[in-house]
Write a protein that binds this ligand. Structure first.
Ligand code: SF4
Length: 455
């Protein structure tokens, strides 16, 4: 009997997209081990069991607006339920559908259960399941960008897929490895075949694709998103195989950033496949003149890291962008037929009221070229450049508060007038005006891939 590794994606996160992390791990482990590897998306299963009324309505949501309404209503129903269940885990009580989800794992009779934790909101349910599985003598491990130190206190956490491979080889005996010593087959094609399409709250499946190891830019002062690893571009031939094998027609490039050269290489690879795709970019001048070619390759929507309409703030952020170029990029992209989403960050340390209003005016003046605004408020992230040099940005009194499941909560003070609360108040004051700009449903700021379903 071959040994079994079960890759689990825990509640709670958005149930509209199949997970990339477990699908990638399955592809890598299957290439390198003689074992059965299976993916189990408990997040999607939880949502389908707990919110059947929204899944039933899916068939009736013919257009984009009704899907937007459905997702807004779903969000309003789901968020309080997430909070309530997380509280139960903190209080050592069982979260909802706990027995059903535990059985879904045990039914597969796994030798190793590996939890992939991409969002911190997954830590709670993952912890509850890990504790139950350990009591039953099942080997559990965890990994992923959002694994908290509390999870690390309960199970061994893996840095990457190679560590997981080595762990499995130790448990199952060296002869389960397909290659000797440190050699690996890294020609990975993520495998999405284990999931049930009906578990996803979308009319059409959108497949996530990753083309590089991390953001190549890594300079934005507020950012802790990028992984602390070398920038590596994945083989485009494997990406093409992923797309063809999935059989889907919409693809969501989840990279934080893509270089211009790589973007055009991707476009050339995508064009003959006649599919639609989405990506995230910084609005830089080098992209001008490329949008017609990008649209013709199937690129239908871009989320732009605009952040601010004030040059001093962009420079402080080290965003590497210029306000006048951003306007031209949005205009050209729009004229090519691409839907533009603007990521905006209010309350960057040192931002003044006048600079906040520059961003509001930027949005107003470029309304015709913006399809959706995704506004956020600055928050201090532990690995960011600001956290490492707070004084340079006028940040004082950084304090941390311990939490039960998640890592510490960070609080701070800013010397300038615009602190977090003031930024929230100002955003509240202008939110109606910001929402008027939206041509896409507001819910698509969270369910970003949905724009592809209606393109
Ligand atoms: S904000 Fe985006 S472009 Fe800037 S460093 Fe982070 S991931 Fe890279």
């Amino acid at each position: 009997m071959p040994r079994k590794i079960l890759l689990v994606y825990a509640p709670f996160c958005m149930p509209t997209v199949m997970p990339y992390s477990t699908s990638y791990l399955k592809g890598f482990l299957s290439n390198n081990l003689n074992v059965d590897v299976h993916c189990l998306d408990l997040n999607a299963k939880f949502h389908r069991m707990r919110f059947p009324q929204f899944y039933e309505r899916l068939g009736r949501t013919g257009d984009m607006l009704s899907q937007g309404e459905l997702l807004s209503e779903f969000d309003a129903a789901a968020r309080p339920l997430y909070a309530e269940n997380n509280k139960r885990v903190v209080n050592n009580a069982q979260p909802e559908l706990y027995k059903e989800l535990l059985s879904a794992i045990l039914d597969k009779n796994p030798d190793i259960v590996a939890f992939s934790i991409v969002y911190s909101s997954q830590c709670f349910y993952a912890l509850a399941l890990i504790n139950a599985l350990k009591k039953k003598g099942v080997n559990c491990v965890a990994g992923g960008p959002a694994v908290s130190s509390k999870i690390g206190a309960h199970v061994r956490c893996m840095k990457n897929e190679v560590e997981l491979l080595q762990y499995a080889a130790e448990k199952f005996g060296g002869d389960c490895k397909k290659f000797e010593g440190k050699a690996h087959n890294c020609s990975t094609v993520p495998d999405f075949s284990d999931y049930n399409k009906d578990d996803y709250l979308t009319k059409d499946i959108v497949i996530p694709v990753k083309t590089c190891s991390t953001c190549f830019y890594k300079q934005c002062a507020f950012c802790a998103h990028f992984a602390d690893v070398a920038y590596l571009e994945y083989d485009l031939e494997n990406i093409k195989r992923t797309i063809v094998k999935s059989g889907a027609r919409s693809f969501f490039f989840i990279d934080d950033m893509i270089t211009k050269q790589r973007l055009m290489e991707i476009a050339a690879m995508m064009k003959p496949l006649k599919v639609r795709w989405w990506c995230q970019l910084r609005p830089t001048k080098d992209l001008l003149g490329s949008f017609k070619e990008l649209y013709d390759s199937g690129l239908r929507s871009i989320c732009w890291g605009i952040e601010s309409g004030n040059q001093r703030i962009l420079d402080l952020m080290k965003k590497g962008t210029i306000v006048e170029d951003i306007k031209s990029v949005l205009k050209e992209s729009h004229e090519a037929g691409i839907k533009n989403t603007a990521y905006i960050m209010f309350g960057f340390p040192g931002e003044t009221k006048a600079e906040f209003l520059d961003t509001i005016n930027f949005l107003k003046n470029n309304d015709a070229n913006i399809d959706l605004v995704s506004p956020s408020i600055f928050g201090l992230q532990k690995r960011s450049a600001i956290y490492k040099n707070p004084g340079t940005f006028g940040i004082t009194n950084i304090t941390t508060e311990k939490r039960t499941v998640l890592d510490e909560r960070i609080s701070y003070k800013v010397e300038a007038e615009m602190d977090r609360e003031y930024a929230k108040k100002m955003r509240g004051k202008y939110i109606k005006m910001i929402r008027k700009i939206n041509k896409l449903p507001r819910a698509f700021a969270a369910y970003k891939e949905q724009v592809l379903v209606y393109s």
